[in-house]
Design a protein around this ligand. Structure first.
Ligand code: 5GP
Length: 195
């Protein structure tokens, strides 16, 4: 039996409201068992409908701190503007990469920087809106947030956009299908097959 080629990490970031999760879900569906999503750990509380171990591993601050002290994280940061800790556990990525499966991390710009300092050969993709106006329109269309909350999200988004240059590729999410096609093409060019 031959040992499989190790998998690669795929780091995807982008501002809140850009439609990242929808794009990522479609990309994952295209590659099925060859690409999996890393389930992050967080200290934030679950939102309605979120389940522990599915959307996130929900940890208390003390649990998170203990896992950090044990060096269980590939990266972990207090996500800018959220007031909560988020991190990628080595246990979510190591076994898959060894088995030849690629692992996608949907993480913020600071976490991505930490990953790039530790792992070589990662594929890095930043998803951006067509324009700042479009992002603002999308954030407002949720219709559930106060003006103050929208302004806060916008200022976090501006900071993230200013750090987009640290990614190999920037993909504009104007049309969902086009953004998904573009990302799948990037992954195939880097050696991921979908057979
Ligand atoms: P939310 O709380 O809305 O699910 O996520 C808030 C932000 O945390 C998003 O920008 C998301 O990309 C980021 N995030 C989620 N998981 C991780 C992680 O494991 N590490 C880092 N650095 N950021 C994360």
């Amino acid at each position: 039996m031959t040992t499989p080629q190790p998998g690669k990490l795929v780091v995807v970031s982008g501002p809140s409201g850009v439609g990242k999760s929808t794009v990522v879900a479609e990309v994952l569906a295209r590659f099925s068992s060859r690409l999996r999503l890393s389930v992050s750990a967080t200290t934030r509380k679950p939102r309605p409908g979120e389940q522990d171990g599915v959307e996130y591993h929900f940890l208390t601050s003390a649990e998170f701190e203990a896992r950090r002290a044990d060096q269980d994280f590939l990266e972990c940061v207090e996500v800018f503007g959220q007031g909560h800790w988020y991190g990628t556990l080595w246990s979510e990525v190591g076994p898959s990469l060894e088995a030849g499966i690629w692992v996608l991390l949907e993480i913020d710009v600071d976490g991505a920087k930490e990953v790039l300092g530790k792992v070589s050969g990662a594929v890095t993709i930043f998803i951006r809106p067509r324009s700042q106006e479009e992002l603002e329109r999308r954030l407002r269309s949720r219709g559930t947030e106060s003006e103050e909350a929208i302004q806060r999200r916008l200022s976090v988004a501006m900071r993230e956009l200013s750090l987009a240059d640290q990614y190999e590729t920037q993909v504009v999410n104007d049309t969902l299908a086009e953004a998904v096609d573009e990302i799948c093409q990037i992954l195939q060019n880097r050696g991921l097959s979908n057979d």
